[in-house]
Design a protein around this ligand. Structure first.
Ligand code: 1AE
Length: 402
């Protein structure tokens, strides 16, 4: 049996952090230990967690120390799935006072059992025909209750602006006016028509919804209907659905993870799960090709250091997992593109809803403004300079500034 270990880091506070680490190591694995007879201890030894390190950060007014503690767990305690990992390292512990799960580091041999992204950054670039620049994506807005024809018009308007991807709004579950498979077929057709006109084929990410037990089957049918990408609300459904979709060889399209519900896990400094793990490492492990997360600048801003760590966890070199595309989102407008580029680099997707549909000239002009802004930053030109050749960008800058 393998002696490999999983390293788990928590942010917590205690009189004695070392003792706290030891308590977690025993409590989350074999339970009470010292009171057991020697023979029983020997039997349980292979399953025992160990305190692997302590980093004090500050002394609190009550004399406690706040800091990081790392515990190592034997891989044999887990099955190769995220429900097993999260329950085994943080399940009951998450309810035990001030403690936040900061990181989980898996040995490569254990990580290799997870699907990881099927396409990754290189695969999504291949499908979208994009190289050497960030991708541009638009989000449908106000689609609930919208007649199908209006939705088609909205899709066409976005696609005509030269975007690489258009995604459903994540709240689009009640889609009886524009049913899932019908939508996929219709938008595929429009995408081909637009490509004839502009030379640019746009990938549509359809929101995968339904009972969790039917999602894999629905995803396969979506692919048969012509789907090119699927949007998944990973946290409401659970990480394991992403894993099962990514691991299925018949689901031959990229999977885009939406962070819906993440705010129920990460914002507290003392509780929950840190975003570089929740939306970074775990999304990649479970197989997201693209991962949306709150950018550091918009209307639901994430702390910048965390956002950068998150993106790094999606893209850092890994022995077995392809990199996922970071998609820093929320409140993005064209004036933010230079900042996005400086922070997240070339391998990102610039994603906007309001920043496209709110353009004074409409969605097509909104999309064109983003495309012009991306082309400008990649070429090392200022937005003002680019706006002289792009009325769409000029109008966006006039509305939102830079
Ligand atoms: C972090 C998620 C962003 C998102 O889902 C969304 O719909 C953003 O919309 P805008 O760009 O802020 O309008």
């Amino acid at each position: 049996m393998s002696d490999q270990r999983i390293l788990v880091t928590y942010l917590t506070q205690a009189k004695d952090l070392q003792k706290k680490a030891e308590g977690i190591a025993v409590g989350m694995t074999v339970g009470s230990w010292t009171d057991l007879p020697a023979a029983k201890q020997a039997e349980l030894q292979p399953y025992l967690g160990e305190a692997a390190g302590v980093t004090p950060l500050e002394t609190l007014p009550n004399g406690d120390t706040r800091g990081l503690v790392t515990v190592s767990y034997p891989t044999r305690n887990f099955t190769v799935d995220i429900p097993s990992l999260l329950t085994g390292v943080f399940g009951k512990l998450s309810m035990d006072g001030k403690i936040k799960l900061v990181d989980i580091q898996l040995p490569d041999s254990f990580a290799a059992g997870f699907p990881g992204p099927k396409y990754g950054i290189a695969g999504v670039r291949r499908l979208t025909g994009t190289h050497g620049r960030p991708l541009a994506m638009s989000i449908f807005k106000s689609c609930l209750g919208m007649p199908f024809d209006d939705l088609k018009t909205q899709f066409r308007a976005q696609a005509l602006g030269g975007l690489d991807l258009v995604k459903d709004d994540e709240i689009f579950f009640a889609d009886d006016k524009a049913p899932f498979y019908e939508r996929i077929k219709a938008f595929r057709h429009i995408s081909a028509e637009v490509a004839e006109e502009t030379g640019k084929q746009v990938l549509y990410a359809a929101n995968l919804t339904g009972p969790v037990t039917e999602l894999v089957e629905r995803a396969k049918r979506a692919v048969e209907a012509g789907a090119q990408c699927l949007l998944v609300n990973v946290l409401p459904f659970g990480f394991d659905i992403l894993h099962r979709l990514a691991a299925d060889p018949d689901i031959t399209v990229p999977l885009m993870a939406h962070p819906a519900l993440a705010g129920a896990f990460y914002p507290s400094p003392d509780y929950g799960i840190a975003t570089p793990l929740l939306l970074g490492r775990l999304m990649r492990l479970a197989g997201a090709d693209l991962v949306l997360f709150p950018s550091p600048y918009g209307n639901v801003a994430l702390d910048k250091t965390e956002a950068l760590q998150l993106a790094n966890n999606l893209t850092a070199a890994n022995a077995t997992l392809k990199p996922s595309f970071p998609v820093p989102s929320a409140g993005i407008h064209p004036g933010l593109v230079p900042q996005l580029f400086a922070d997240f680099g070339v391998d990102q997707v610039v994603n906007a809803g309001g920043g496209i549909h709110g353009h004074p000239g409409g969605a097509t002009e909104g999309a064109k403004a983003f495309v012009a802004a991306i082309d400008a930053v990649v070429a090392g030109r200022s937005l003002q300079e680019a706006a002289e050749q792009s009325p769409a960008l000029a109008a966006a800058l006039a509305k939102w500034g830079k």
